[in-house]
Design a protein around this ligand. Structure first.
Ligand SMILES: CCCCCCCCCCCCCCCC(=O)SCCNC(=O)CCNC(=O)[C@H](O)C(C)(C)COP(=O)(O)OP(=O)(O)OC[C@H]1O[C@@H](n2cnc3c(N)ncnc32)[C@H](O)[C@@H]1OP(=O)(O)O
Length: 248
């Protein structure tokens, strides 16, 4: 049996039933660390770019916060204990399943030209520049976001849909750390103050209750110095089997 998503391409000739069963095993029996930290890079091109690493478009505030969470031993400035208070960077790629092309059933969900929505703008710094970190106990995530000029909504400020996209991305990545694959069932967003275009903000995600397949996550966006609240949100994620994706 294939033990990692690196063998995903060999599944293309499986029947729908076999595939669903195999994928369910892959997704649910691999630990989060294996899935996110090892499997995803292994099924990508060796040259796959990790978009959560610094690039020249990152401004001073973005770099300062990146270093803040990435260095200094990853210690959470707000405490939270040794276990929960250390931060780990989550890598980020623009494709999930590069080699799994073809096949009647896989082709329903995997398209060779598909790209992750938030990582598909070629020009660095033009849209979503972000990096997500999570605590060891996976109860919290923090995302440092630099919002580029292509995200404009009201003049000089970030589009509400782009804000919701980032909330979905951060809370969805958070829920995925605990039980992938998940889908967003519900997202409630309260916009409290506009986010200036080009600014760097913090998106914090906190795990709430878990009830069976349901995961409730809360989220807030604040200015990088924490002085201004921009957005508050709650989200519900439902863990699904791969067969759910195949059904469409
Ligand atoms: C290779 C892998 C690497 C991965 C590394 C990738 C890294 C990259 C990360 C990027 C992260 C981006 C994250 C984006 C995530 C999306 O944007 S997903 C896209 C948007 N969402 C959708 O399209 C979902 C559409 N809806 C559906 O498919 C289905 O309705 C759902 C949500 C899966 C639920 O359907 P279902 O599985 O049949 O479950 P169902 O029995 O209806 O409901 C289960 C429970 O949830 C409750 N529920 C369902 N819907 C709702 C609702 N709207 N409100 C309240 N309760 C609800 C039900 O009442 C039920 O509760 P209980 O009775 O169990 O108490």
């Amino acid at each position: 049996m294939a033990k990692s998503l690196g063998h995903f391409s060999s599944l293309v000739s499986f029947t729908k039933t076999q595939l669903s069963r195999q994928c369910a095993r892959l997704f649910f029996r691999t630990s989060v660390r294996r899935t996110v930290m090892r499997a995803v890079p292994s099924i990508l091109s060796p040259k796959a770019r990790d978009f959560s690493l610094p690039n020249p478009s990152w401004g001073d505030e973005m770099m300062r916060l990146y270093n803040h969470y990435n260095q200094q031993g990853g210690v959470d400035p707000e405490g939270g204990g040794e276990q929960g208070g250390r931060w780990t960077r989550l890598p980020s790629y623009n494709r999930s399943l590069k080699y799994a092309i073809g096949g009647v059933y896989l082709s329903k969900i995997i398209q060779s030209k598909a790209r992750l929505f938030t990582r598909n703008i070629q020009q660095a710094g033009a849209a979503f520049e972000y990096v997500v970190f999570y605590t060891n106990d996976k109860q919290r995530c923090v995302c440092v976001l630099q919002a580029g000029h292509l995200l404009e909504g009201p003049p000089g400020h970030v589009h509400g849909g782009a804000i919701a996209t980032m909330i979905d991305t951060v809370t969805g990545s958070h829920a995925s750390l605990l039980c992938a694959p998940v889908m967003t069932a519900n997202l409630n967003v309260n916009y409290r103050s506009p986010i200036p275009l080009g600014s760097t903000v913090l998106i914090e995600s906190t795990l709430g209750e878990q009830e069976g397949r349901k995961m409730f996550v809360s989220c807030k966006i604040s200015s990088s110095d924490g002085s201004k609240l921009h957005t508050e949100a709650t989200a519900l994620f439902v863990s699904v089997g791969v067969s759910h994706l195949l059904r469409g």
